[in-house]
Design a protein around this ligand. Structure first.
Ligand SMILES: Nc1ncnc2c1ncn2[C@@H]1O[C@H](COP(=O)(O)OP(=O)(O)OP(=O)(O)O)[C@@H](O)[C@H]1O
Ligand SMILES: [Mg+2]
Length: 254
């Protein structure tokens, strides 16, 4: 039995002959907050797509809680405790807070009809209560019936996280959760995620904002052109010559 909650072993993926991930490996221990960083196009979102089952791997293995999930369908992975957010797919602004959280039950599904099922079924199930509980557990004190478009951006980002928690994940993967936030909001989101991590949820975060990474992550891996060029702590990364080179030879990362 493995002690790691998530193991990514030798993942390789090519699109049309172009290798976008090349033999990438890293592991997360239970409760860890792990950051995946790298320049645009480095392959970060592709890692998420392979882990969540949106794409199939060319080679390599993904192990969740000791179980090989490499070839499982998306839904089975969610059922086993893997949840994700999508880069640039946000909340539905015209729906209420609670409706958006309820959609979290199915937000991992591919089709729009699946996405909307929870709302159609609202009266006949306990999802509303479950969504209310999820809101309450995270301490996000907002009116559940307010329309999302009325909320400040920083709160919306937290709500996206709550939505991701609806499937009771062991591992929550967030793709650029702090994008577009100001420094204050970024720090608040880091604190919010810290609290969620304290409740036992393992976090895998893709993020460009190094302040956010520093505030939250215990370890990080750096991808560059599909290869892992670094793994270590956020403090170590700023001194790593290969990483500095990848970020255009500047003396600072991020
Ligand atoms: N479905 C696809 N078909 C073809 N190429 C793809 C596909 N998905 C990703 N790519 C390519 O794979 C490479 C890695 O893309 P990916 O989205 O994983 O990068 P990223 O690190 O998330 O970048 P960003 O920081 O800009 O979000 C890019 O060159 C991208 O164009
Ligand atoms: Mg991306």
């Amino acid at each position: 039995m493995s002690e790691n909650i998530l193991e990514i072993n030798n993942l390789t993926k090519a699109f049309g002959g172009l290798t976008v991930l090349d033999d990438v490996s890293f592991s997360l221990s239970p409760g860890e907050r792990f950051g995946l960083i790298g320049p645009n196009g480095a392959g970060k979102t592709t890692v998420f797509n392979l882990l969540s089952g949106v794409y199939s791997v060319d080679s390599g293995k993904v192990v969740l809680g000791g179980k090989d999930i490499t070839d499982l369908p998306i839904k089975s992975r969610i059922g086993l405790g893997l949840s994700r957010s999508f880069q640039n797919i946000r909340l539905m602004p015209h729906l209420s807070v609670i409706e958006n959280v309820m959609v979290g039950q199915h937000s991992q599904a591919n089709s729009v009809s699946n996405l909307l099922k929870p709302i159609n079924w609202m009266k006949n199930n306990n999802w509303r209560q479950k969504a209310m509980d999820a809101l309450e557990e995270t301490g996000l004190e907002i009116d559940p019936d307010i329309t999302v478009s009325e909320l400040p951006y920083g709160i919306r980002k937290k709500l996206e996280v709550v939505r991701g928690l609806m499937s009771s994940p062991k591992v929550l993967m967030l793709d650029e959760p702090a994008a577009g936030l100001n420094p204050n909001e970024t720090q608040e989101l880091a604190n919010f995620l810290h609290d969620i991590s304290d409740k036992g949820v393992t976090l895998l975060l893709v993020e460009h904002d190094m302040n956010f990474i520093h505030a939250l992550c215990e370890r990080i891996a750096v991808l560059n052109f599909g290869s892992k060029i670094f793994e270590g702590t956020p403090d170590e990364v700023t001194k790593d010559s290969a990483v500095l080179e990848a970020y255009l030879g500047t003396s600072e990362v991020g």
